[in-house]
Each structure stands twice: as structure tokens, then as C-alpha cells.
Design a binder for this molecule. Structure first.
Ligand code: BGC
Length: 358
């Protein structure tokens, strides 16, 4: 949606007033003093739109999604803009063993569990408090064995739109029983503006010397592979599409980039990744405390959904950069632990900060 002078507009809040599973849904509007705006619904804690200025000052919506709660609810593609949990990405065969006990999860991706299975955090209604004009606090209590995951887990996610045009996401969780946790969020970005073609000409840089190869079902092989000399090397800024069609077993298996990057040592003040829209000059810098980032080039987008801009969600018209621990960690003894015990506090930070090319 655009106004008469071409600025993008957020979907109407009234289109998000509904009741799902007996709980009221709304659209919350976060604004900062620069005119930047992000809208979030408590249904799945989803980012519904992010309006940022391009190099000419025109507001552009860079986050793909729908403009009504019903379309989010009914869409077969579950993850547009959503909070992902209890466990991001795949868990092989929907099974893992913790403290000697085997747990079986709901599977929803062939034999595997993807993004928490069914229901994942994308499908639940979160309790929401709009703290101030730029801050939204969401909470959800996951019941013991919901989706198969142990523990009553209290999750808090705080979205904040900062004055330097960052959308920060602070995650916290506690449990009453040993469990596993790996939270992320799944905005689908198009920095040329959603509905404006593919993302293959976006330039991208990722500070990672290694990535995690996967098998045919996109489950990690357990190896951390060097990116050097492969199409996975984004240490130097290059376009997403430059090497995406090269003959490479991993690219062919993932139908493009759908891999976790093993981020080089970083603090949360230095970007781990930077992407730029070639048409708008909009730059997105990603900051995190997490050791990994899933880089997904929209390879499973099939143009089956009509999106808020009136066009369809065609192949590679958006990309995701999901900060997280590594997929399938509970079954991969060499990966950093994703175990959360009673008395511990899980914390994770992600920021998507927007600027324009100088
Ligand atoms: C996964 C993809 C999946 C996408 C949408 C990404 O995090 O890596 O394989 O298709 O989410 O669900």
C-alpha cells in the first residue's frame, strides 16, 4: 500500500482485530522520531511491516507479509514475519534425548520438525503490552509437552524501534524442567521494497568463515565447512545471485542458500551481516549475540500467496537472516548447547538496523 505521494503505508490496524484460540489479536504500531514505522501483531508475534526511507527519502516497506489477520492465519506458508520457537529450524526425525529421556515432537517437514513443529510460536497468540511508542513486550507461556517439548517455558520477547532506525528483538526464557530452546524471528526482507522483484541483485556481506552443510532433507551433516573458495563465501560484499546457480551440491540441495552461517567471533555492536537493496540503496545491518545466522534466499517461495502489495510471493522475492543457534543442535554433540535448565535464563539479541548507502 502506498499513499498519494508514493510513501509505503502499513496495513490497517482494524484488519488485525480478531479472536484466535479465544484470545484477542491486534496490530501494534511502533514509531521513532525519524518517521520509521514497524507494525507487529500478537498473533505469532509477527512483524507485519517495516517502513524505512530509501536514498531519496521515500518510505519503503521492506518486510513481506499479508495485510489481514485472516490471510496470516490461513496461509500455508506459516512463517512470514513470525517469532519462531521453541526451536528454530529443523530437528531430525522430530526426536531428541535429554537427561536420558527421549522426546518426540510433532513433525511438519517430511519426517522432521521445522520451526517448533505444530503449533510453533508462529501460530499462538501472545500477550502484549505496548510499553511506549517504540516498544512492544510480548509474553507466552508454553505448557509442558506442548508440541512435545518439555517444560513450562515462560518466554518474553521485546521489540523496540530505536532512534538509529534499528528494530531490536530481545528474547528471554525460563523453564521449570530441563528443555531445549532456540528462538529467532522470520521476517522476509526485500530491501527494494516488497512487491518489487527478486532479491538476487541485493549485495550481501556475512562475517563468517564457515557454514553448516546439510543433507538432502536440510539436516546438518554435523560438519562446519570453510566458505573459502565456495559460493558460500560472503566475506566480501557480493550479490546474492552472483553464484547462486553455480554447480554446487549444497546449493543444489538447498535450492539456493538455506544454510546456517557460523558467525566469526563478534560482539553485538558490530554487524554480522549487511545487505543492500540495489534499487533503493536501503542498507540493513544485522547484529546479534547468537553464534549462527540462517541465510535463506527465498527458495521455497512459489508465488501461491497474494501478498499485501497485491502481487504474489514469487521465487526469491525475499530473503531471511535469522539469528540463532545451529539447527538440530540437540542431536549434534559438537554444536553449542541449546539446553535450558530450571534456574537459568535464556537470553538472545537480534537487531535489524536500517540506513541508506552513502
Ligand atoms: C528454513 C527454510 C524454510 C523457511 C520457511 C527457513 O528458516 O531454513 O528451509 O523453508 O525457513 O519456513
Amino acid at each position: 500500500m502506498t499513499d498519494t505521494v508514493g510513501h509505503a503505508q502499513s496495513p490497517a490496524a482494524s484488519a488485525f482485530e480478531s479472536t484466535i484460540n479465544g484470545k484477542q489479536t491486534h496490530l501494534y504500531i511502533l514509531k521513532n522520531d525519524n518517521g520509521v514505522e514497524a507494525t507487529i501483531t500478537n498473533y505469532g508475534g509477527r512483524i507485519v511491516s517495516i517502513l524505512v526511507p530509501d536514498k531519496t527519502g521515500k518510505l519503503v516497506d521492506v518486510s513481506e507479509g499479508f495485510d489481514t489477520i485472516e490471510t496470516f492465519e490461513k496461509s500455508a506458508e506459516r512463517y512470514y514475519g513470525a517469532l519462531i520457537g521453541p526451536f528454530a529450524n529443523r530437528i531430525a526425525n522430530g526426536k531428541f534425548t535429554l537427561e536420558g529421556q527421549e522426546y518426540t515432537l510433532n513433525t511438519n517437514n517430511g519426517a522432521n520438525t521445522l520451526h517448533g513443529g505444530k503449533p510453533g510460536f508462529e501460530s499462538v497468540v501472545w500477550d502484549a503490552i505496548q510499553v511506549d511508542a517504540s516498544t512492544l513486550e510480548l509474553t507466552y507461556i508454553k505448557k509442558d509437552l506442548e508440541g512435545g517439548f518439555p517444560g513450562n517455558v515462560h518466554v518474553k520477547v521485546v521489540y523496540c524501534l530505536t532512534d538509529d532506525n534499528g528494530l531490536t528483538i530481545n528474547y528471554e526464557a525460563t523453564t521449570d524442567k530441563t528443555t531445549i530452546i532456540n528462538l529467532t524471528s522470520h521476517p522476509y526482507f526485500n530491501l527494494n521494497g516488497v512487491g518489487n522483484g527478486t532479491i538476487v541483485d541485493h549485495t550481501t556481506q556475512i562475517n563468517a568463515d564457515a557454514y553448516i552443510p546439510v543433507n538432502a532433507n536440510l539436516i546438518p551433516t554435523g560438519e562446519l565447512a570453510a566458505v573459502k573458495g565456495t559460493p558460500f563465501d560472503f566475506n566480501q560484499s557480493t550479490t546474492i545471485g552472483a553464484r547462486i546457480n553455480e554447480k554446487n551440491e549444497q546449493l543444489e540441495g538447498g535450492r539456493g542458500y538455506d544454510h546456517t552461517y557460523v558467525l566469526n567471533t563478534h560482539d553485538n555492536k558490530t554487524p554480522v551481516a549487511i545487505a543492500t537493496g540495489d534499487k533503493t540503496g536501503i542498507v540493513m545491518s544485522v547484529f546479534t549475540t547468537e553464534p549462527g545466522m540462517q541465510f535463506y534466499s527465498g527458495n521455497f517461495m512459489q508465488g501461491k500467496n497474494i501478498m499485501k502489495h497485491g502481487g504474489t510471493d514469487d521465487f526469491r522475492t525475499a530473503f531471511a537472516m535469522e539469528t540463532q543457534h545451529y539447527p538440530d543442535s540437540p542431536n549434534q554433540p559438537n554444536f553449542p548447547s541449546t539446553i535450558l535448565k530450571p534456574g537459568e535464563v535464556y537470553k538472545s539479541f537480534c537487531e535489524y538496523r536500517f540506513s541508506v548507502v552513502k
